[in-house]
Design a protein around this ligand. Structure first.
Ligand code: PLP
Ligand code: COI
Length: 368
């Protein structure tokens, strides 16, 4: 793939390492450039890196009306050698195409996705924020651009990648356990629907639930299945709980749960974590009983943005509160967080190919 470059002038773009005065939050900042590519007449054309700026979209574009839009969330980390490494980008590329397929959209060949993302990171590598627990958050997305009001799959798409120098997703970071609202009213997904995809519409549909969760003093909703019997996942992360013998349990992936790359990583790391990690159907009633009896001692969420988010308590719609252990961040959760983030930062060796160094290309000479 031959990428064309239309870069900002040296005076307009970052020239020195990014040392934020205040710690950066999640997803607020952008880098200087973005990657774009269009799907026309059956092929992806015009891969390009251009300054980050608004672009033109037809008012009748199908994405705006019928929601044909999918996205990914991945991360890159700066290691001690000064180089930037993407984390499991191959899995994100594969999942973006799975999401696209669920929404009848055109996928992007995985190698093209990776090449575009790596070229963009290379150009904007100075934007990596020099602070603890920082990353370059990678947001690739595909949206339908055909200007047509009949409801059928678009024949034109844009693939775009933007980068956000980011810190933790939850403002309190890892050290403060969050509260989740267990809702019988809101549902994220039904079998046969789009729950296993990162369809933009899934997130639009979670906003009202998120607002209600905030009214309960909760960070997010823990969604149940449509019959309110099983625990599924949280709006932006998978759910997990830990038994008193240290076993980590993640609800089995179904077509109503997003197959989290973080969860998959924790499942693969099982042995390195020194505990059993397994998936099973999690029944709400048993889950409550096991917290009350002390059989479940810790809980939380796994996700790229959230990393490992400890959950200290749940609140129900009748305002009953269920506290996990003593409500603070437990030792097992701390260990899982540390092993995962140490691998991501290159402090310890993880499985082969999880981290891929972003090559320095000739035309990135101006990026130090
Ligand atoms: N579940 C949902 C609904 C999500 O939005 C996310 C975030 O991407 C996850 C789970 C976690 O997935 P991953 O670990 O691949 O980021
Ligand atoms: C991610 O974890 O990367 C996500 O995409 C979640 C997002 C909704 C913040």
């Amino acid at each position: 793939m031959q990428i064309s470059y239309n870069l900002k002038s040296n005076s307009e773009r970052r020239q020195t390492a990014f040392e934020p005065k205040d710690n950066v939050g999640f997803g607020e900042l952008r880098t200087d450039h973005m990657f774009l590519m269009d799907f026309r007449d059956g092929q992806w054309i015009n891969p390009r890196i251009v300054p980050y700026a608004p672009f033109e979209v037809a008012p009748g574009a199908i994405a705006l009306h019928y929601g044909q839009s999918v996205f990914e969330g991945a991360k890159a980390f700066r290691h001690k050698d000064g180089e930037i490494y993407t984390f499991r980008l191959d899995k994100n590329a594969e999942r973006l195409n799975r999401s696209a397929d669920i929404l009848c959209m055109q996928g992007v060949p995985e190698a093209m996705q990776r090449a575009g993302i790596e070229a963009l990171i290379d150009i904007d590598r100075l934007w990596f924020p020099m602070q603890d627990d920082a990353c370059l958050y990678i947001r690739p997305f595909i949206f339908a651009t055909e200007d047509r009001l009949s409801v059928s799959p678009s024949e034109q798409y844009t693939f775009c990648v933007i980068l956000s120098p980011s810190g933790p997703y939850y403002k309190a970071g890892f050290n403060q356990a969050i509260r989740l609202l267990i809702s019988e009213r809101f549902h994220r997904a039904v079998s046969g629907g789009t729950g296993a995809s990162k369809a933009s519409g899934n997130y639009a549909a979670s906003l009202k639930a998120g607002k209600v969760a905030a009214e309960y003093g909760a960070a997010q909703v823990l969604y149940l299945d449509a019959t309110n019997q099983q625990i599924e996942e949280v709006g932006a992360m998978n759910h997990f709980h830990i038994l008193k013998d240290g076993t980590v349990i993640i609800p089995t992936f179904t077509d109503t749960i997003l197959k989290s790359i973080t969860s998959e990583s924790i499942l693969e790391l099982g042995r390195l974590l020194g505990c059993e990690v397994r998936q099973e159907t999690v029944m709400l009633e048993k889950f409550i009983q096991d917290i009350e009896s002390g059989e479940i001692i810790e809980a939380g969420g796994f996700g790229t943005a959230a990393v490992v988010a400890p959950v200290g308590s749940y609140i129900f719609e009748d305002r009953r509160v269920l506290t996990v252990g003593d409500g603070s961040v437990g030792e097992h959760t701390k260990r899982i967080y540390k092993v995962l983030t140490d691998i991501q930062k290159g402090y310890i060796q993880g499985p082969k190919d999880w981290l891929v160094k972003v090559a320095r290309k000739e035309n990135s000479a101006c990026a130090a």
